[in-house]
Design a protein around this ligand. Structure first.
Ligand code: BG6
Length: 477
């Protein structure tokens, strides 16, 4: 039996992709609200196109999303029926601090999450709370320029302290930032950055990176001080870069690209900026805004565990312009000729999960937590609304099989597994509803039409069995 009896099986969501209720309960506006569906989404999430308000030309899927704001009880009951031991969710920052820079929190927002956590407790489900999952109050972007400004650290500290204090005893597992490395690829989504004309973009990204890393260390410190039982983790958009072939230049390129992702976790888990990054930034004349005391804060407040999302491995090749490219989680990569791809072109590599787990565990020697994994696919419900999603079951079974091997055969310490989008929700990358990951179908389409009715898919019963057998039975029968 590879998994201990307290292995944390469950599913994951993010506030902006499922809650909706964007203007309810005193909530303020956030970057994630004004990101539309359609062709402008990508330039906006990458900070290339300034778009900080709603307009009539676009559809904004996060406004209502799947309306979990009103359906959360029903949704939690379905998660409990599947046997979830843990539910990963995020807090919408602007429910707690609508503008972001207030001193006092919004009680209605705090009460909203408290009710959810109490219901989780009643159902025997541990919440795993992401403090920020791509969200940043719009006011903090307009007034302070997002995470390029050091004041963001104080605002985030206030948020984190408020959450740790209010939910003490109700929440024990926390993540500071979702996919922190994504800020290099989707800077508006990851750090509230909109680039100014002529601005040195790389410099702005590394300012933001330092500030988020400080904020993460500070939250880790405060979380431990408020409750020594708190387990606080970092979160990486993972997926090892493979060299395209054994040409040493490609091997070296893969190492460099892995460094670009891993340096965040090097800081959060080892407590120190790695030399490879410091040297590169020096060469590129990019400065980290390090002030007295910062390095000590980072060194003293490392995370308890390392969590990550895994959808696919990636491939590195020098002279990339000559290579075929495949889509991936926000950024594309060179195509791996040995792998199949999803309907959205994301390549499918179950063994890559075992490889990635080994890389991360070898490097940090801390417990891991897989907090996202899954297949975004088009589901076609029958006349009763039932989806026979054998493709999703096959994807997940293959990945869980490799995850088991990493634990059983390689000795990787793994706390749990929460599949992404356990209930259908809005895609972060595309804003589509039709890119579905869930065990539960939600009747809503890309333009916001539908009854919002929830219907368990075939994978619902399958995952229930996986959890009940602690991962022993992965068959699709
Ligand atoms: C991760 C994010 O990047 O991948 C999620 O943490 C996101 O928010 C998930 O939804 C899947 O990506 P997409 O673009 O298919 O929604």
């Amino acid at each position: 039996m590879p998994f201990s009896k307290d292995f944390l099986w469950g599913g994951a969501t993010a506030a902006n992709q499922c809650e909706g209720g964007y203007n309810l309960g005193g909530r303020g506006l956030a970057n994630v609200d004004v990101v539309p569906h359609g062709k402008d989404r990508f330039p906006i999430i990458t900070g290339e196109m300034k778009h900080l308000d709603f307009d009539d030309q676009h559809f904004y899927p996060a406004k209502e999303a799947i309306d979990m704001y009103h359906h959360w009880k029903e949704d939690l009951a379905l998660f409990a029926e599947m046997g979830f031991k843990i539910y990963r969710m995020s807090i919408a920052w602007t429910r707690i601090f609508p503008q972001g820079d207030e001193k006092e929190p919004n009680e209605e927002g705090l009460a909203f999450y408290e009710e959810i956590f109490k219901e989780c407790q009643r159902l025997g489900i541990e919440p795993l709370v992401t403090i920020t999952h791509f969200d940043c109050p719009i006011h903090l972007i307009k007034a302070y320029g997002g995470w390029r400004n050091r004041k963001m650290v104080d605002f985030y500290e206030n948020l984190a302290r408020t959450l740790f204090t209010r939910y003490k005893g109700l929440v024990h597992y926390w993540l500071t930032f979702n996919e922190i490395n994504m800020l290099l690829h989707a800077p508006f989504m990851g750090a509230g950055l909109v680039f100014e004309e002529g601005e040195n973009k790389e410099q702005a990204k590394y300012l933001a990176a330092h500030h988020e890393l400080l904020a993460s260390a500070l939250a880790t410190k405060i979380g431990h001080e408020i409750d020594s039982e708190n387990k606080i983790g970092c979160m990486l958009a993972a997926g090892d870069y493979y060299p395209y072939d054994c040409h040493p230049e490609n091997v070296f390129e893969a190492q460099q690209q892995n460094h670009d992702n891993l340096f965040f976790i090097d800081v959060q888990s080892r407590g120190k900026y790695p030399n490879y990054l410091l040297k590169r930034l020096e060469r590129e004349e990019i400065e980290l805004p390090i002030q007295p005391g910062d390095l000590e804060l980072l060194a003293k407040n490392t995370v308890d565990f390392v969590s990550f999302s895994y959808y696919a491995s990636r491939v590195a090749k020098v002279a990339e312009q000559d290579a075929d490219k495949s889509a991936g989680n926000i950024f594309e990569s060179v195509t791996n000729p040995y792998l199949e791809a999803s309907e959205w072109g994301w390549q499918i590599d179950p063994l890559g999960l075992r490889i990635t787990m080994n890389t991360i565990y070898d490097r940090y020697q801390k417990p891991l937590f897989i907090v996202e994994n899954g297949l975004g696919a088009i589901d076609k419900p029958d006349s009763d609304g039932f989806v026979t999603d054998d493709y999703r079951i096959a994807y997940m079974a293959a990945h869980i099989k490799e995850m088991k091997k990493a634990v059983e055969l390689d000795g990787v310490e793994l706390m749990g597994y929460t599949s992404w989008g356990c209930i259908d929700l809005v895609s972060a990358g595309t804003g589509e509803m039709s890119k579905r990951y869930g065990f539960i179908y939600v009747d809503r389409d890309d333009s916001g039409e539908g009854t919002l009715k929830r219907t368990p898919k075939k994978s619902f019963e399958w995952y229930k069995k996986v959890i009940a057998t602690n991962g022993e039975d992965l068959t699709n029968e």
